[in-house]
Design a protein around this ligand. Structure first.
Ligand SMILES: [Zn+2]
Length: 149
């Protein structure tokens, strides 16, 4: 029987009684969670939201970079750099949805770069990517991604 964890949204094909990612029992309701499990649940949910927004942002930035590339007045290198960044954003978004370990370092590098670029450009997106960075780099997120819970 396939299971989908209602706390971290992980899908498993194996017949398990416990989620392999957040280690919360599948049959537990939100009211039965311990304090520790509530923390894990919130961290997983925040990571999942960031991952979803990264995928959406990646799609938008891909379109944006294609528009920049189609204008001959813009440097083609700028368009390519933005496209590469957009693709990285999508890949990391998809990886975070599956709680892949490499996403921890990958997303910290990516989000630091995006935050820094936006800070230099004095763009308000720096605040959003800064918040994402804070969520992804948190201790609980690291434990989830490194399967140390
Ligand atoms: Zn779970």
């Amino acid at each position: 029987m396939a299971n989908k964890c209602k706390f971290c949204f992980t899908k498993t094909k194996e017949n398990l009684s416990q989620c392999p990612i957040c280690k919360i029992m599948f049959n537990k309701t939100k009211k039965e969670l311990t304090r520790e499990e509530i923390g894990t649940w919130h961290a997983a949910r925040n990571l999942y939201i960031v991952a979803t927004l990264l995928v959406i942002g990646g799609v938008f930035n891909t379109v944006h970079s294609l528009i920049i590339m189609s204008d001959p007045r813009n440097s083609p290198i700028l368009g390519l750099v933005l496209l590469a960044l957009a693709i990285c954003t999508m890949v990391i978004g998809f990886g975070l949805h599956k709680y892949k370990q490499w996403c921890y370092i990958g997303s910290i590098i990516l989000l630091s770069a995006i935050t820094l670029l936006n800070l230099l450009a004095l763009h308000p997106t720096a605040i959003i990517s800064g918040i994402f960075l804070y969520i992804v780099a948190s201790k609980k997120s690291k434990k989830l991604l490194y399967k140390e819970i």
